[in-house]
Design a protein. Sequence first.
Length: 120
Amino acid sequence: MAKTGKVVLGLLPFLSEEKTKKLCYKLSGIKEEQDSLRMETKKAVVKEYLSRYLPQISVPTLVVWGEHDQILLLRVGRELAENIPNAKHKVILGGSHSVHKEKPQEFNKIVNEFVEGLNS
């Protein structure tokens, strides 16, 4: 639904984000509560499925998260990093779920520093 909303907002820039959201839900026939429930269910299933494998990761791991990620909340990134042995966790202030696109220079700096640290 989020991708559809971005397209509609691009085509109808005079609409507010809230009006665009309501329009997308109305056109799709999906109730917002259903979509939210679907997303929460998907996150729970992914978390349950992945969580048992995280402690088995044995390669250097960097978890980069946007401070304001509303799709996968900051605590999810923290939990990932806590459950992967020796993982590094970095939070980019002001970033959201697409932090790599929103703040590419900061993201790349963090990744480069991590990779350089592997070589030393």
